[in-house]
Write a protein that binds this ligand. Structure first.
Ligand SMILES: *[C@@H]1O[C@H](CO)[C@@H](O)[C@H](O)[C@H]1NC(C)=O
Ligand SMILES: *[C@@H]1O[C@H](CO)[C@@H](O)[C@H](O)[C@H]1NC(C)=O
Ligand SMILES: *[C@@H]1O[C@H](CO)[C@@H](O)[C@H](O)[C@H]1NC(C)=O
Ligand SMILES: *[C@@H]1O[C@H](CO)[C@@H](O)[C@H](O)[C@H]1NC(C)=O
Length: 648
C-alpha cells in the first residue's frame, strides 16, 4: 500500500519537475508546448504597439513548431495573428494588418472566420481583386469594379468623354477608397482640370488633390519611394498655400525632414517663413473665436510692410507675385509632366508657362484680407492717417468681398446698403462670418454706417442684431467689433423702446393681438439652433432633406453599414452604364442622373455623422445643409465620395 503511494508521489514529482522546467527554460521538451506560449501572452490586453512587439516575438518562436500534428498550436497561431492584425488596424497600418490576417490558417475556428471577414473588407478597400477571388470565389465586387474601370479607360482615351469620368471614379473610390491606381488617376485628372481650365482658384479640386495625397501617404507609405514622398509633400504644400489658403507647414516640414536640400521645398519654405514674420496667423484671422477676442498683432507694422505711404497699393505685391510665379513655373516639370505617383494618362502642353499672373491664386485674397484687416483695425486706433486707412480698408476689403460673394450675394449686399426695404437672407452674415470673419466685419461696418440702418430698416436692424447675438459679439474684445457693438446696442435699445411703445398702443387698441418683438425674437432663436461649425473652405455640399436616401438605395431606415454598402454595390452594378454606347443620349442622361442620386445617397448614409445629420434634418429638426454659406468662385460640385468606416 505505502509503496504504491510512494511510487505515485515520485511520478507526480517527476511530472512537476518537468513542467517547471518547461516553463522556465527553452529546453527541448517544453519549447513547443501550448502552455509555454500562452504564458507569454497571458497579460497582453492593451492592444498597443508594446503588445504588438511581444506578439511578434511569440509568433516568430511559434513558427518552427507549426505542423499538422499540433492543432492546438495552429489554433493559437491563428489567435495571435488575428490580434496582431487588429493592433495594426488600430494603428492605421492597413497593409501590415493584411499581412497578419493572411497568416491565419483555415481551421474552421472563429479567429479564422473573423479575420476572413476583415481580410475581405481590406481586399476590397485596396482593390486587391485577385486575392479576394481566391479568398471568396463567389464575391463579384471585383467584376463590378473592373467594368467601371473598363469604361473609365475608354473615357480617358476619348477627349469628348473625359469630363464625365467622375461617373466612374466616384463609385470606384466608393468601393475601393484606397486603391492606389484609382486614387492616382483621380488626382491626375483633378490636376488636369486645375491647370487646363486656367482657373487657378478651383478650391474643390485642390482640396480633393491634397486629400488624395494624404490618403496615399497614409495608406501606401511603404510602397512609395522617398522621391515620390518628397514630391507629394511639395505639391500638397503648394496647393495648400496658393489655392487653399491654409498653412503648408506640416507638408513642408515632412518634405525637408526627408531631404533638407530639396530645392522646391526649401524655396517655398523660405517664402512662407518670410511672410509669416509679417502676417498674422491664420487662426487669428479665420478662427471666429480668436478673431472676436481680438489679437495683439501689430497692425501698424503689417500695414507699413504691405502698403505704400499713401496706402493705395501693395508695394510687395509684385515681389510676391514674381516669387510665386517663378516658384510654380520653375517646377512645371514636377507639376505637369511628372506629377507625384502619376500614371501619366493626361497630356498637357508643358511649352507654355503654367502661370502668367500668380495674382489669380486665392493666396492673394489672403493677402488682401490681411491688408483689409490691418486698415480696418488702424481706423479704430489713434493712428493719425484715419482717412487713408479708411480708404485702404474700402479698397482691399471690397476687392476680397467681391471675389468671395457671387453676383447674387453681392447684389443683395448692395441692396441692403441702399434700398430701404431690403432683407438679407437669415444666415447671410453668419455664413460669411464663419468663412471670413474679416469680411463679415467689414460688411457690418458698411451697413451700420448707412442711414438705411440707423434710419429704420427694421429687417436690416433685426438681421444685424441677430447676427451679433447669435455669434455672441456684444461681448467681443476685438476693437472694431467692440465699436460696432456699441452702435448696434443703441439701435437695439431704441428699437426696444419703440417696440414697447408700439406694443402699449397695440395693447390698448386690441388687447388680443399683441406683438412682442422680443418674444418673437426669443422664439425665433430657439426654433433655429445656430450651427457653429467652422467651415473650412471648401464647404461640404449639404444633404438634401427632401430626398429619401433610404428609398433611393432601397434599404431600411435601420440598415447597418454593411447592408447599405451591399445595396450600393448592387445598384452600381445595375445602373452603371457599361453598355452606354447602346443607349440613346436621353437614356444616358437618365442613367447619369440616377447614378448621381445613388452616389449622393451613399455619401450621406455610409458616413455615420453625415447620416445622423441627415436623419435629424429629415425629422424636421434643423434645415439641411444646403445653400449654407457662400459659393467660392470656380468651385464645381463634384460629388465627393463618402469614406467608408469599418467597425473596429
Ligand atoms: C467558421 O465558418 C465556417 C464556414 O462558414 C463554419 O462552418 C464554422 O462553424 C465557423 N466557425 C465558428 C467557430 O464559428
Ligand atoms: C483597369 O484597366 C486598365 C487598362 O485596361 C488595366 O491596365 C488595369 O489593370 C485595370 N485595373 C483593374 C483593377 O481592372
Ligand atoms: C488671371 O486673371 C485675369 C483677370 O481676372 C485673366 O484675364 C487671366 O486670364 C487670368 N490668368 C490665369 C492664368 O488664370
Ligand atoms: C440586388 O438587386 C436585385 C435586383 O436588381 C434585387 O433583387 C436584390 O434584392 C438586390 N440585393 C440587395 C442586397 O440589395
Amino acid at each position: 500500500m505505502t509503496s504504491r503511494i510512494l511510487l505515485q508521489l515520485c511520478a507526480l514529482l517527476v511530472l512537476l519537475y518537468s513542467k517547471s522546467a518547461a516553463a522556465t527554460s527553452d529546453s527541448k521538451p517544453g519549447k513547443c508546448s501550448l502552455e509555454h506560449f500562452q504564458s507569454q501572452t497571458r497579460d497582453l490586453k492593451r492592444f498597443d504597439s508594446g503588445d504588438l512587439s511581444k506578439y511578434q516575438q511569440v509568433a516568430a518562436k511559434l513558427e518552427p513548431c507549426l505542423d499538422e500534428t499540433h492543432r492546438d498550436l495552429l489554433l493559437f497561431n491563428n489567435e495571435i495573428h488575428y490580434k496582431m492584425g487588429l493592433i495594426h488596424l488600430s494603428m492605421g497600418n492597413d497593409m501590415k494588418a493584411i499581412k497578419s490576417f493572411e497568416g491565419l490558417q483555415s481551421l474552421g475556428d472563429s479567429y479564422y472566420n473573423l479575420s476572413k471577414t476583415r481580410l475581405s473588407d481590406l481586399y476590397v478597400e485596396f482593390g486587391l481583386w485577385l486575392k479576394l477571388k481566391e479568398l471568396i470565389p463567389e464575391d463579384d465586387t471585383g467584376e463590378i469594379f473592373e467594368s467601371l474601370n473598363k469604361t473609365l479607360y475608354e473615357k480617358i482615351n476619348d477627349p469628348d468623354k473625359l469630363s464625365t469620368i467622375d461617373d466612374e471614379l466616384v463609385p470606384m473610390l466608393n468601393i475601393s477608397p484606397y486603391d492606389l491606381d484609382t486614387l492616382t488617376i483621380r488626382a491626375d485628372f483633378l490636376f488636369h482640370k486645375l491647370f487646363t481650365t486656367k482657373t487657378l482658384n478651383d478650391i474643390t479640386s485642390a482640396y480633393e488633390i491634397v486629400r488624395i495625397y494624404d490618403v496615399i501617404l497614409e495608406k501606401h507609405k511603404i510602397a512609395l519611394t522617398l522621391d515620390q514622398r518628397i514630391e507629394i509633400h511639395y505639391t500638397a504644400a503648394l496647393l495648400q498655400l496658393l489655392i487653399l489658403n491654409s498653412e503648408p507647414t506640416l507638408h513642408l516640414r515632412k518634405c525637408l525632414a526627408i531631404d533638407m536640400d530639396y530645392k522646391p521645398c526649401k524655396d517655398l519654405s523660405l517664402l512662407v517663413s518670410r511672410l509669416n514674420k509679417i502676417n498674422p496667423s491664420r487662426s487669428q484671422l479665420f478662427d471666429t473665436q480668436s478673431y472676436a477676442l481680438g489679437s495683439n498683432v501689430d497692425w501698424k507694422k503689417v500695414s507699413d510692410y504691405y502698403l505704400s505711404k499713401k496706402r493705395e497699393n501693395i508695394v510687395n505685391y509684385q515681389w510676391i507675385n514674381n516669387k510665386i510665379t517663378e516658384l510654380v513655373n520653375s517646377n512645371t516639370d514636377l507639376l505637369i509632366t511628372n506629377r507625384p505617383v502619376t500614371k501619366g494618362l493626361f497630356k498637357f502642353n508643358p511649352e507654355t508657362p503654367l502661370v502668367d499672373d500668380a495674382a489669380n491664386f486665392s493666396f492673394f485674397r489672403f493677402i488682401d484680407i490681411i491688408v483689409c484687416e490691418a486698415s480696418m483695425q488702424l481706423t479704430h486706433t489713434n493712428d493719425p492717417d484715419k482717412k487713408k486707412n479708411k480708404k485702404a480698408a474700402d479698397h482691399f476689403c471690397k476687392k476680397a468681398l467681391k471675389l468671395t460673394l457671387n453676383d447674387d450675394e453681392w447684389n443683395q449686399f448692395m441692396d441692403a446698403m441702399n434700398k430701404k426695404e431690403t432683407q438679407l437672407p437669415d444666415e447671410f452674415t453668419t455664413n460669411l462670418w464663419n468663412t471670413y470673419p474679416t469680411l463679415a466685419t467689414y460688411m457690418v461696418e458698411k451697413i451700420i454706417s448707412r442711414k438705411n440702418f440707423r434710419g429704420g430698416n427694421e429687417h436690416l436692424q433685426t438681421h444685424i442684431i441677430k447676427f451679433f447675438q447669435d455669434n455672441e459679439l456684444f461681448g467681443a474684445e476685438n476693437p472694431v467689433i467692440k465699436a460696432q457693438a456699441s452702435v448696434i446696442k443703441q439701435v437695439f435699445e431704441k428699437k426696444q423702446k419703440l417696440d414697447q411703445q408700439r406694443q402699449r398702443q397695440q395693447q390698448q387698441q386690441h388687447q388680443q393681438q399683441q406683438f412682442n418683438f422680443f418674444q418673437q425674437f426669443a422664439n425665433g432663436q430657439h426654433g433655429q439652433q445656430q450651427q457653429y461649425q467652422q467651415r473650412a473652405p471648401p464647404q461640404q455640399p449639404g444633404h438634401n432633406p427632401d430626398k429619401d436616401y433610404y428609398k433611393i438605395l432601397g434599404v431600411a431606415k435601420d440598415a447597418n453599414t454593411k447592408d447599405i454598402r451591399k445595396a450600393y454595390l448592387n445598384l452600381t452594378k445595375k445602373y452603371h452604364p457599361d453598355k452606354q454606347g447602346s443607349l440613346s443620349e436621353d437614356e444616358q442622361k437618365k442613367v447619369h442622373e440616377k447614378m448621381s442620386e445613388i452616389n449622393e445617397a451613399y455619401e450621406f448614409l455610409s458616413d455615420d455623422s453625415k447620416r445622423n445629420e441627415y436623419d435629424q434634418g429629415r425629422a424636421g429638426g434643423r434645415p439641411g445643409g444646403q445653400n449654407q454659406g457662400f459659393n467660392f468662385q470656380g468651385q464645381g460640385n463634384p460629388f465627393p465620395f463618402g469614406n467608408m468606416r469599418r467597425g473596429f
